[in-house]
Design a protein around this ligand. Structure first.
Ligand code: E4P
Length: 218
């Protein structure tokens, strides 16, 4: 399973990259705004900076909601760096744009997916990634992990090559559960990934090993 970090924060991307377990980055307009990155030129430069840090795919989202606008923006984003994946919202115009990008050999990430039907459309349009938002479903008392499992089933039924990118991950257990289900990718905040390191028995065990070593070697 690939690990993407869900942020536009350069320090956190560098920190995750340094761990040696990072496969890519996802961003969205809210995450860019959180970092105070505004204006088309600054946003594009920021994507270029992110691409210098990592070696995997970097999702960059279009702002336009009409077909022509998405195509224009998507082409510009894709031209920034070979690592860029054009993130397109799950709408009729978005699916048409994904189909266009697929034909042009431009990689896409279909975002804001909340149902199996939407994921089916993304696969049929040839999206590279589909992003079901599991945390936002959990937030409205709907089982987000179940959506990931259902999309896995449907994609396997037809051998769709679109990769399931489990998004809107809220905590470490979501990552583990996505791995059990067979998501191709998770995108998560650094804190959720770091939670995977932790176990009290590891800490206790290491403490004891060092104590025993020091008894005879000090
Ligand atoms: C996915 O690509 C989105 O950027 C992200 O995972 C949304 O997460 P949120 O629901 O925590 O905002």
């Amino acid at each position: 399973m690939k690990f993407f970090i869900d942020t536009a924060n350069l320090s956190q991307i560098k920190e995750a990259e340094a761990l040696g377990i990072l496969d890519g980055v996802t961003t969205n307009p809210s995450l860019m705004a959180k970092e105070g990155i505004t204006g088309e030129k600054n946003i594009k430069n920021h994507y270029k900076e992110i691409c210098k840090i990592v070696t995997g795919h970097v999702s960059a989202e279009v702002i336009a909601t009409d077909y022509e606008g998405m195509i224009r923006e998507g082409k510009e984003l894709a031209a920034l760096d070979p690592l860029i994946v054009v993130k397109v919202p799950m709408t009729k115009e978005g699916i048409k744009a994904i189909k266009y990008f697929t034909k042009q050999g431009i990689k896409t990430n279909c975002t804001l997916v909340f149902s199996v039907g939407q994921a089916l459309l993304a696969a049929k349009a040839g999206a590279t990634y589909v992003s079901p938002f599991l945390g936002r479903l959990d937030d409205v008392a709907t089982d987000g992990l179940n959506l990931i499992a259902e999309i896995r089933l449907v994609y396997d039924n037809y051998n769709y090559q679109t990769q399931i990118l489990a998004a809107s991950i809220r905590h470490t257990m979501h990552i583990v559960d996505c791995a059990k289900i067979g998501a191709d990718v998770i995108t998560a905040p650094l804190s959720a990934m770091e939670g995977l390191f932790n176990h009290p028995l590891t800490d206790l065990g290491l403490k004891k090993f060092l104590e025993d070593y020091n008894k005879l070697n000090s």
